[in-house]
Ligand binder design. Structure first.
Ligand code: 13P
Length: 290
């Protein structure tokens, strides 16, 4: 069933779990994510990044995401990830997304507040949840292509990590439902070992008291996911590793099993690998072995 983000995240916090938020820029990812969530009997977030418009436009994948959510046996949120333009944010709301992210994290604090407030006012009046970002989660040049330019040179720079006191002021000023925070995770594949500031996550949560969001959720150590969740993370954005799992399965199949095949066979192999990867992510984020 189609549900709102806020209710799902409040419940996740109460259970000390995080909900997997999968970027699904094609039908195979939508189907595999729904199947994995239904088999695990867990809620899931299907999201589309505005920057993935080059893979598939929002107006094509949006109605598909919504339809699968409505028909699902488990609670499914349909969310716009990294909404940068006013047009994409309004389009997502018009398509029936139950949640949007306004990403103005590259703007100065006051402008981020002003842009976020504008979107919150519109979205909340229509019953749509809002995620915003304070601080800046870097993007690796390998994978993680949600439309952000790679920041390889800056990765490891703690200057842009979210400041807990600023986060409190931001949440009070904007009334967002959840906040994406920077504490050392990176979109895409880590080119060097991540150094996560998990204490900062707790400090931010103590100040804002709303669910926090981890971007760059691929490639984090199992123990670090757990600490992050205990400290306030309730939504984990996850794309690159699932994407890679499907690509690797296809590569292995073509290299070792059958160099010749039909497209439908390759689609099935990719979907199987996606589903296995999604299932594992759902289990790790929900602390369960179901
Ligand atoms: P990964 O690239 O680490 O999977 O993160 C995805 C993400 O944060 C989408 O917003």
């Amino acid at each position: 069933m189609l549900v709102g983000l806020k209710e799902v995240l409040v419940q996740a916090r109460a259970n000390k779990q995080a909900i997997a938020a999968f970027n699904v820029p094609n039908l195979e990812m939508v189907r595999a994510a729904i199947q994995a969530a239904e088999e695990a009997n867990k809620p899931v977030i299907l999201q589309h990044a505005e920057g993935h418009g080059s893979l598939i436009p929002l107006e094509e994948i949006g109605p598909i995401m919504r339809q699968y959510a409505e028909r699902s046996r488990v609670p499914v949120v349909v969310h716009l990830d990294h909404g940068k333009s006013f047009e994409a944010l309004m389009q997502a709301i018009k398509l029936g997304f139950t949640s949007v992210m306004i990403d103005a994290s590259d703007l100065p604090f006051d402008e981020n507040v002003a842009r976020t407030k504008e979107i919150v006012r519109i979205a909340h009046s229509l019953g749509v949840s809002v995620e915003a970002e304070l601080g800046h989660v870097f993007t690796s040049s390998l994978g993680g292509g949600e439309g952000r330019a790679p920041d390889d040179d800056q990765i490891g720079d703690t200057e842009i990590y979210t400041n807990p006191k600023q986060a409190k002021a931001f949440v009070e000023a904007t009334d967002v439902d959840c906040l994406a925070v920077a504490f050392g995770t990176v979109h895409g594949i880590y080119l060097k070992e991540p150094r996560l500031d998990l204490t900062r996550v707790r400090e931010i949560y103590q100040e804002v008291n709303i669910p926090l969001v981890m971007h760059g959720g691929s490639g984090v150590a199992a123990a670090d996911y757990q600490t992050a969740i205990e400290n306030g993370i309730a939504k984990i954005n996850y794309y690159t590793y699932a994407n890679k799992a499907a690509a690797n399965a296809l590569k292995e199949h073509v290299t070792y099993e059958a160099q010749d095949g039909f497209f439908e066979e390759y689609v099935a192999i990719a979907m199987k690998a996606l589903k296995m990867d999604y299932t594992q992510a759902i289990q790790v984020f929900s602390n369960s072995s179901v």
